[in-house]
Design a protein around this ligand. Structure first.
Ligand SMILES: N[C@@H](CCC(=O)N[C@@H](CS)C(=O)NCC(=O)O)C(=O)O
Length: 234
């Protein structure tokens, strides 16, 4: 089978590569987007950051790369086997980049799967629950008079934050001494909760010192700082 090149991906016509040898990132600096830009920065991998506005995620051009119509997505011109390789779902991208570089995912099998477990905790729990809470607090669902959905997602958001608090009570990072993709998956959503959903300490973050200390340490990393507006909002 012939290997794909970047030119075989129709999305490259809409968002043109500037550095064709670099990983192409199609994204927006939302929490899901920042997970991947932070990982690319941490790994020191060269990348072309293409701004895909959320209104463009469902466009036919973007869906040629991600049939699911959501950012982030990447094309690695030097993918498995040497050909160009497209990938979406931020958790899958984190694991892929970790395996590609040998970084931020422990080699020991038990530790490796425990790290992936905390990535899945974010993908299946923190991301969807915080996202739905945001929708019923600030988005289209805020107009709803029935308090049930807002209360349900609020309770789940608080519960998940408290799970992280217990996990971080006796270790600096989710997996212990080492900073891993478990931290990279989780910190952007916790940052968003702190900055956008915690008015008057509604989520009780002031009572979660371990989560707040961990978030500050994540955000103090220069690589993470560089990732927070990648790709630029325009
Ligand atoms: N599970 C997906 C979620 C991706 C996602 O929800 N992306 C949002 C922005 S954070 C998006 O593209 N929204 C545009 C839309 O829904 O039209 C991932 O982690 O990659």
């Amino acid at each position: 089978m012939t290997q794909k090149t970047l030119g075989d991906f129709p999305i490259a016509q809409r968002w043109a590569p500037r550095t064709p040898g670099a990983i192409q990132l199609y994204s927006f600096p939302t929490p899901n987007g920042v997970k991947v830009s932070a990982m690319l920065e941490e790994c020191g991998l060269p990348y072309d950051a293409h701004t895909v506005k959320l209104s463009e995620a469902g466009s036919p051009e973007f869906k040629t790369l991600n049939i699911n119509g959501k950012i982030p997505a990447i094309i690695d011109p030097d993918g498995p086997g040497g050909g160009a390789f497209g990938l979406w779902e931020s958790g899958a991208i984190l694991i892929y980049l970790a395996e590609k570089t040998g970084r931020f995912l422990p080699d020991d099998l038990a530790q490796r799967y425990e790290t992936i477990q905390w990535v899945m905790f974010q993908m299946a729990g923190i991301g969807p629950m915080f996202g739905q809470y945001a929708f019923f607090l600030r988005g289209g669902g805020a107009e709803m008079t029935d308090p049930l959905p807002r209360e349900r997602y609020f309770n789940e958001t608080v519960r998940l934050l408290n799970v992280l608090e217990r996990r971080l009570a006796d270790r600096p990072n989710i997996m212990g001494e080492d900073f891993t993709i478990a931290d990279l998956a989780n910190f952007p959503w916790v940052r968003t909760a702190r900055d956008y959903f915690n008015e008057d300490d509604a989520l009780g973050l002031s009572k979660l010192p371990h989560v707040m200390g961990w978030l500050d340490r994540c955000l103090a990393r220069p690589t993470v700082q560089r990732s927070l507006n990648q790709p630029p909002r325009e």
